[in-house]
Write a protein that binds this ligand. Sequence first.
Ligand code: ZN
Length: 293
Amino acid sequence: MRKLIIEARVNEYMMREQGNPHVPYSPQEIAADAQACREAGAAILHFHARQPDGQPDHAAAAYADTVERVRASSDILVHPTLGYVTLDASGEERLDHILAMAKDPARAPHFAPIDMGSVNVDRYNAQARRFETTNLVYKNSTETLVYFAQNIREAGMKPYLVSWTIGFTRYAGAFLDMGLIDEPAFICFCLTDNTFLGGHPGTLKGLQAHLDFLPADRRVEWTVVNFGGNLFSLAAAIIAQGGHISIGLGDYHYPELGQPTNADLVRRIAEIARELGREVATPAEAKAILAMT
Ligand code: ZN
């Protein structure tokens, strides 16, 4: 079986106060964490730029500084998030900082994400039986998705397709049919546990539903996130079925493991993979698996 691509999702918008002091914020912290994750077996780094106090940093300069530091200290493949100032930002506003970086070899990302549909992202508090907010819609119109697909390819990056539900996966299939996405497509199933209800649950059934609706006649490499929950209970099944793993403190702070670092999580996944007879891909091997130039 081909090698396992591990992506380290180091921070998202997770705050240290939520339970783990090892969430990296500054460009220096993210670059140091990227190096540690690479040594532990990660081939891809996914990050969100953050201010020193942990607040989101939407400035293009923060992204450029972080990518430059990561690329200078490691060969790990870089996958920054799209920028947004509000959830209503235009496609151009959200992609501009990525396209600007792509022109500079020292700062060029390898991936840019495309969430293949729209979804409510209000957190649900099950104990209180209420949503903590009631108007957060992560909007991705079809027009915006086409814009992302065309421009990410033109800038020489691999689109990282994010699927929250089967409808998103069907959109990915349509984009493959339209010739907007090159094979193999790289699709991330974003399972969601606990407070986020917009994705399939982080269970075998939640995962299997995605797999059942992958386009049958297309080459696809898939990876799995559990946003808001523990991914280890699914790790063996994902690895055995030929999927890849995207894990990190950005999604969940892993209190079950004490206060692990991102590299600890990556190392543990690499160990499980080796026990199951699957080696871990280097960044160069991940590029070959995904047919990236
Ligand atoms: Zn992210």
